[in-house]
Design a protein around this ligand. Structure first.
Ligand code: MEV
Length: 311
């Protein structure tokens, strides 16, 4: 039995550049958001394996392998397949401070914390590589055709430059920078937005491919700027990336209003982040304008604001 005082955790994530285009093989950049976490605590159980989901009114979840479309169940099934062990007699207390269905990776983080806890209780801790493969399979329930960026940044807990089916590249942050994450409060399903981009690709292949490729070039340029500490260069790149995402129809009136409000209040750059149509946007700020940008986003209707330092 592992030390019950030690919770396993996994952070939220945010995509800085390249969402949607990453599904088509273009590069993207994502970072963990350590101030938001999913966690799992293990305790002995007298009546077999169970999960207590504290954010779902302490609902008790028992293992049922028939529920193949349910992410926690799928995580448990894959875990048993990988370890060759059955579930131990423990209760797992799951908690999360990550808002759900808002592009911050709450589902992947909860599954990651759960898999870490159960594999520790089995005394078969998983490598990040194996865990990443499991969480990628679970992500398919939510997203259909995920690129793999969300599970990768969450499992490895480090800034990444990500290209689908390529080895993971850690992004070097030459100079730290501050982001404000503004939540529209509108839940949005990533697979719907991803599906609509696919329809656009079928209906207008040339124009859509050009936009996807242009987003890939922006992500590449952003990597160079971040690795050289040229933070001011990111503003224009965020602006361009947001414009292209708008053209791919995945932004929303709330997201556009938040982006404009942040820029008017002095943000260096701003764009939507993640699947879009709701969820979150990000504003890059310096200390001098941070409070004004927060206030402008509040006035524009943001239901939640998170400050995070990328380092
Ligand atoms: C969702 O967080 C990011 C998307 O690019 C989808 C994906 O990469 O799987 C929209």
């Amino acid at each position: 039995m592992p030390d019950p005082t030690l919770d396993t955790t996994a952070p939220a994530k945010i995509i800085l550049f390249g969402e949607h285009a990453v599904v088509y093989g273009e590069p993207a950049i994502a970072v963990p958001v350590a101030s938001l976490q999913a966690s799992a605590a293990i305790q002995p159980s007298e009546d077999g394996f169970k999960i207590i989901a504290h954010d779902l009114d302490a609902a008790i979840v028992r293992y049922d392998p028939q529920l193949i479309k349910e992410p926690l169940q799928r995580t448990l099934t894959l875990l048993q397949q990988h370890t060759g062990q059955s579930l131990p007699d423990v209760e797992i207390h799951l908690r999360s401070t990550i808002p759900m269905a808002s592009g911050l990776g709450s589902g992947a983080a909860i599954s990651t914390a759960l898999a870490r806890a159960v594999s520790a209780a089995m005394e078969s801790p998983l490598s990040n590589e194996t865990l990443n493969g499991i969480i990628f399979e679970v992500e398919k329930i939510h997203h259909g055709t995920p690129s793999g960026i969300d599970n990768t940044v969450i499992v490895y807990e480090q800034p990444i430059y990500y290209v689908r089916n390529q080895p993971i590249e850690r992004l070097k942050i030459e100079q730290h920078f501050k982001l404000i994450i503004g939540d529209t409060g509108k839940k949005a399903l990533t697979h719907v937005a991803v599906g609509d981009v696919r329809k656009l690709m079928e209906a207008q292949p040339e124009q859509t491919q050009q936009r996807i490729s242009a987003i890939g070039e922006i992500a590449t340029a952003a990597r160079v700027a971040i690795e050289h500490g040229h933070i001011a260069d990111l503003g224009q790149l965020m602006h361009e990336n947001h414009r292209l995402l708008k053209e791919l129809t995945v932004s929303s009136s709330d997201l556009n209003r938040f982006v404009e409000a942040a820029l008017e209040a002095g943000a260096i750059g701003a764009k939507m982040s993640g699947g879009g149509r709701g969820g979150n946007m990000i504003a890059l700020v310096d200390e001098r304008h941070s409070q004004a940008v927060m206030q402008a986003l509040r006035d524009a209707g943001a239901v939640n604001l998170i400050e995070t330092i990328v380092c």
